[in-house]
Write a new protein. Structure first.
Length: 81
């Protein structure tokens, strides 16, 4: 299944109060099509959070130079908001 890590991260995430907060979601995957990110975005919006730049950043496997630049841009956008 394409889900958030269930042992530690999902319980931590479930405890957060995200209503009204701007959040940057990011992660990588090695198989599938990244459905977990779309589900995570939906979960964040349902909790009242706001996605920085309108969507999560998802990269396949280890980031290349373009992926690293995207990560840096996401962090800078979050810092400005």
């Amino acid at each position: 299944d394409e889900v958030l890590e269930e042992g530690e991260f999902q319980p931590f995430y479930d405890q957060l109060s995200l209503s009204g907060k701007k959040v940057a979601l990011f992660g990588s995957y090695g198989w599938g099509d990244g459905q977990w990110m779309r589900d995570w975005q939906d979960s964040l919006i349902a909790a009242g959070g706001q996605l920085c730049q309108g969507e999560g950043l998802i990269l396949n496997e280890t980031p290349d130079e373009e992926g690293l630049a995207s990560c840096k841009a996401l962090g800078e956008a979050l810092a400005r908001s």
